[in-house]
Design a protein around this ligand. Structure first.
Ligand code: PEP
Length: 245
């Protein structure tokens, strides 16, 4: 059976004092349970703080992006080997906010996933359609294109990645995909992964996951947990979502 995974994406939020309170609560209140792992992806400057607070606990941590390049003249970028020095297990790649606001395309996202894996960091590859694309009936084609671009570059190593289906219209909007809508897309993604001999890849759902809707979403056959944005900033809410998994 596939293990559940719930990952918090703090986005560009936090500060040393607030982070310390949140991380302490997670460490003291999260009871490791069989079959469910949790992690938080924090802004780069707080990776050391996450490492100090979570090291030795059952909670993993990671970054929200990674460079496609190993090192060199790439001002502002952070390489995968640097993430390893801070104990990161995960790096989110291809989040829709980066695809939209930083014009990251499929090719770059796949290169970032490859760079992460090359250093031993698990990429959490985000894919998802916009509302206009869903309304135009293009959801399946869009997510297939986004996932295939990563499979093409990683080959069999896609089996070492995590994939997060995040419909853009559900991120930070309070509007969640119904469990049936999520399962529909996840089933398609599972079929693609199965064809790539990676049927057991963790397929997370992301988009306004809350304690009140997590159980229904995570109950779907091909939903292996969640990528949680806003709700991961509240310890009670995030822990309740993790417990629902
Ligand atoms: C996200 O940032 O990946 C996300 C899913 O955000 P939210 O849960 O706030 O919709």
């Amino acid at each position: 059976m596939r293990e559940k995974l719930v990952v918090g994406n703090w986005k560009m939020n936090g500060g040393l004092a607030a982070n310390a309170r949140l991380l302490d609560r997670l460490v003291s209140d999260w009871q490791p349970t069989d079959g469910c792992k949790i992690a938080v992806c924090v802004p780069f400057p707080y990776l050391g703080q996450a490492q100090a607070a979570l090291g030795g606990s059952s909670i993993a941590w990671g970054a929200q992006d990674v460079s496609a390049h190993p090192s060199g003249a790439f001002t502002g970028e952070v390489g995968a080997a640097m993430l390893v020095e801070f104990g990161c297990r995960y790096a989110i790649v291809g989040h829709s906010e980066r695809r939209q606001m930083h014009r990251e395309g499929d090719e770059l996202v796949a290169a970032k996933a490859k760079a992460a894996l090359g250093a031993g960091v698990t990429p959490i590859v985000c894919i998802g359609e916009t509302l206009a694309q869903r309304d135009a009936g293009e959801t399946n084609a869009i997510v297939a294109r986004q996932l295939q671009a990563v499979i093409d570059v990683l080959g069999a190593d896609i089996g070492k990645a995590v994939v997060a289906y995040e419909p853009v219209w559900a991120i930070g909007t309070g509007r969640t995909a119904t469990p049936a809508q999520a399962q529909d897309v996840h089933a398609q993604l599972r079929a693609m992964l199965t064809k790539a001999r990676a049927a057991d890849v963790a397929l997370l759902y992301g988009g306004s996951v809350k304690a009140s809707n997590a159980r229904a979403l995570f109950g779907e056959r091909d939903v292996d947990g969640g990528l949680v944005g806003g709700a991961s900033l509240d310890a009670d809410e995030f822990l309740a979502i993790a417990r629902a998994a």
